[in-house]
Design a protein around this ligand. Structure first.
Ligand code: NAD
Ligand code: WQD
Length: 343
């Protein structure tokens, strides 16, 4: 139970999704009033109940498409919203290559309509979900925010274009925005009652590890063990979703203090290989994960991890949870005899 923060509410788009739902929880725990908007195109209907069980805060759930500008304007006007966190988007690299127009429609038109609604309503603070996928992954890691940009998929381009559109609006003097480029969010709320539960089958490593560990899939396919990395498997920057959520709370604080706009990497700054992650998972959970070594996945790179010094300096934020906690929390949510039942 937390005390209501003075000031207006925060509109969260894509609030029932993986990162959105953990961020709604973090905001409620900090005493923010939240309007949580989602169209449930990639989320489960029980997310509002799960969030309510974990925190009895001031949250109103709205089922809507963020591209419906009139509805978003009505929400912004009626609720005294002071800031927006924009998660709503499609996020599969592979799907975006098959359905590029759907991706530009959701991710670009969604952002454009939201920005227009914010302008009409006089709301000028935005936290935007961007992605490490905007970086040219052939450059050496750690990658700073000034690293080379290059997108290998329509999904990545939709994020980069959205960043550029937002930057134009910031330069016009009508908006302050903190854009966060997440690396590899994983894990779940420590309660085991909230986690990743997309409508579509997962393609990311951690949920696939959990499926293989639970015996709900074939053995995990490790895509390549001949990369130029210490053990030959791909290296990434895994960051606990609760730390990612906390970065949004810190970004709102930064905007409220009138510091202006920023573009920041959100990761731990540590590179972890697929085999290292698997080893930690087994050490922490006691569960062996069957796997096979397969050919490299098209479009994958050897190594990509973040330089996170700017987020530390500007937001006074850094990831607090380590790899063991990421694995333990992911498994508490995903394991067949886990704690997720609402009972
Ligand atoms: P998610 O799919 O779990 O969440 C997105 C949510 O937005 C879903 O609940 C979906 O139903 C909703 N949504 C989609 N289109 C909508 C629309 N037009 N109107 C209203 N709601 C809509 O994805 P996530 O992993 O929580 O990602 C959140 C954001 O973070 C996305 O913008 C994604 O591109 C970005 N991101 C994610 C990752 C990652 O690895 N998960 C990494 C980098 C960036
Ligand atoms: C991680 C590592 C794989 C699955 C993607 C998007 C990126 C961002 C985060 C949204 C790689 C290996 C994976 C499997 C495996 N999302 N792997 N077997 O590729 O870093 O990034 O998610 O913005 O845009 O591209 O994450 O979790 O898919 O892969 O061996 O079944 O695990 O080869 O080395 P990635 P990932």
């Amino acid at each position: 139970m937390s005390l209501r923060k003075p000031g207006g509410a925060v509109l969260v788009t894509g609030a029932a999704g993986y990162i959105g739902s953990h961020t709604v929880l973090a905001l409620l725990r900090e005493g923010h009033a939240v309007i949580a908007l989602d169209d449930y195109s990639n989320a489960q209907r029980d997310v509002p109940t799960r969030v309510a069980r974990l925190c009895a805060g001031d949250v109103q759930w709205v089922e809507a498409d963020v591209r419906d500008q009139a509805t978003v304007e009505a929400v912004l006007a009626s609720q005294g919203v002071e800031a927006v966190i924009h998660f709503a988007a499609r996020k599969s690299v592979e799907e975006s290559c098959r359905l590029p127009l759907a991706y530009y429609d959701s991710n670009l038109i969604g952002t454009l309509r939201l920005l227009a609604a914010m302008e009409v309503s006089g709301v000028r603070r935005l936290v935007f979900s961007s992605s490490a996928t905007v970086y040219d992954a052939s450059q050496p890691s750690p990658v700073t925010e000034t690293g080379r940009l290059s997108c290998a998929s329509p999904y990545g381009r939709s994020k980069l274009m959205a960043e550029q559109i937002i930057s134009d609006v910031v330069n016009s003097g009508r908006l302050d925005c903190v854009a966060l480029r997440y690396f590899n969010p994983v894990g779940a709320d420590a309660s085991g009652k909230l986690g990743e539960d997309a409508a579509t089958p997962p393609s990311n490593l951690m949920p696939r590890i959990c499926l293989a560990a639970a015996g709900k899939s074939d053995p995990l396919q490790i895509f390549g063990n001949d990369y130029d990395t210490p053990d030959g498997t791909g290296v990434r920057d895994y960051v606990h979703v609760a730390d990612v959520a906390d970065a949004h709370v810190a970004a709102l604080r930064y905007l409220a203090a009138g510091h202006g706009s920023a573009m920041l990497n959100i990761g731990t700054g540590c590179g972890t290989s697929v085999l290292q992650l698997l080893r930690t998972f087994t050490e922490v959970t006691g569960v062996d994960v069957p796997y096979t070594i397969e050919a490299r996945r098209q479009g994958d790179v050897a190594s990509l991890f973040a330089d996170v010094s700017e987020a530390r300096r500007m937001l006074d934020w850094s990831a607090r949870r380590g790899l063991a906690e990421m694995c333990a929390d992911a498994w508490r949510w995903a394991r067949p005899d886990g704690d997720r039942a609402l009972g």
